[in-house]
Design a protein around this ligand. Sequence first.
Ligand code: AGP
Length: 663
Amino acid sequence: MAITITFLQQLPLAATRVTRRQQSFYLAIAGDTPAATVQNMCGIVGYVGRAQATPILLDGLRRLEYRGYDSAGLAVVQRGRLETRKCAGRIAALAKLVRKEPVSGSLGVSHTRWATHGKVNDQNAHPHFDASGKLALVHNGVIENYQALKEELIRDGDTNFRSETDTEVLAHLIGKLYDDSCASTVDAPGKKARLFDAVRTALRQVIGTYGIALVHADVPDFMIGARRGSPLVLGVGKGENFLASDVSAIVAYTRDAVYLNDFDVVAAGTDKFEITSLAGDSTEHPVSKVEFTAEDVRKGDFPHYMLKEIFEQPNTVRDAMRGRLNHEECTARLGGLNMVAPQLRDVGRIVLTGCGTALHAGRVGEYLIERLANIPTEVDYASEFRHRNTPMTSETLVFAISQSGETADTLGALRESRRKGFRTLGICNNVASTIARESDGGVYMHAGPEIGVAATKSFTSQLVILTLLGLLFGRMRNLSAAEGSRVIEALEALPQQVEAVLDLNDQIKAIAKKYANANGFLFFGRQFNYPIALEGALKMKEITYLFAEGHPSAELKHGIIALIRSDLPSVFIAPDDSVFSKNLNNIEQVKARKGPIIALTSGNCAKHLKEIANEIVVLPEALDYVMPILTAVPLQLLAYHLAAQLGRDVDKPRNLAKSVTVE
Ligand code: AGP
């Protein structure tokens, strides 16, 4: 059942004409199981201007589709009243609903919801409304004290709740504050000011996180947004303004953006906007130019964003080091760290933190920084680090690694680390992200928008940056100029070498086809390539839904070897390096137990694998520091082709979201 709701502006809700279909909506939600629904990783798009809002709202939602969602909805002010369409399922279903029952008007909000708990159904889809049905609100985040707020509203006589969601409570609270303040006749500007006030007053009572956008049928050229913990950006257009949870939703319409900070509240009309604090004080914000264009977020001729992004890596790897190599002094130039030489020299310990793929990059970073700079380096899951009382010394430097710059756990780790007084830097792709803005400095990846949920190009960019960091710190310590220069040469050779790896695409596709019926995959590697085994397994799990595990090769004999069987291929990352012969022993152990072997190797080592491995992928030779960048790419391709072969939704794998803004 999809939902179409029309709220009449002039009548109190009790007197509103409600169609039978609408009635069934109210009845359905009245009987819904009480459960706080948590909306996170969701998409928000809002529009105020002179164009038709609906196509812009739908288009914006489609551009956020890659982030993952399970339901979608929109509300538009049409001739002085709210028109709403919402349903569980894909944006295509919402678009169909809109085609069947069109909505016209130049002010509206829309939302894609990604449930983390609470039912996925039409009722829980956003927008939600206030008691009068004149205010529509979309929300990302969690109102933690929604029960207490609701009880108070009920005590005050509000019995008109249509759902059990936390979002609806916020809508009711704002609506009540607004209605109370408009008890006497107020003109149009007065209504705007009172709505703006009502939003601030309500949000001051909220405990929790939110990114919100709302419209009210009383003020048909006025939209309000606010954030705390969930990103929100204002797109500044000519005669129109936009709100979005991610700038990629609106970049086709404007590249002028104002990134809101926590506790900002913005009111936008067609030609102007105002931003205040929760207390109501006006705040100044720069209008920034969005770095990328709408073209950058298109698939082009590729069947999936993930494949496009894998193939972008020769360029993104180059972009990650562009302007950062100092040939003369055989070191790296990373001005964004905002640290002068004595401070960099004083660093006595490094902590690298992040989640998922970013954490795996950190694990490579640990090997890199220890080898190149001899600085004790530690890697920790952001979710663990932030709650752990790890002993830190004053010379500790913390790096939060995050493509999106919005991952809640990584942001939490960054804030905790700063709270304790440690210099905390970011390695981010999204330049306007919260992590980028809240860190003491950092390094941008410059990889361009990454749309596929499975991180690919951001990973190799992170590896380039970590190599640059190792080089910079190393050259301030005991790394010789000759060794520094070898690292630079190795980095500079990478774009071409990545091209050469991509030329192996057909071979890897054929391997994927051959093993499409496998029951899962094991991944093994040593030293710099142990984290690549973890990353290879993560890619495989995420998009093929097959069982996959990554381990240091030597761990095989400590238990994993019990898993070996003929339908469980082992992928060995065994390039020509100082641990090849050790890897070879482990490969023999699998072979002896009839486990199929797919080997990634390089140089002369291929000949040692001829009689043992079922498949051999020969990669270009490179220094072991940069080899993980070359070994990661075929594993991305392997997971991609397998997923495509199995008919998986490669760019939007089930249950996953691109940016995880819940803890
Ligand atoms: C990677 O393929 C995953 N989608 C996921 O593990 C991701 O790397 C993780 O959620 C961290 O995201 P971030 O880099 O945006 O912080």
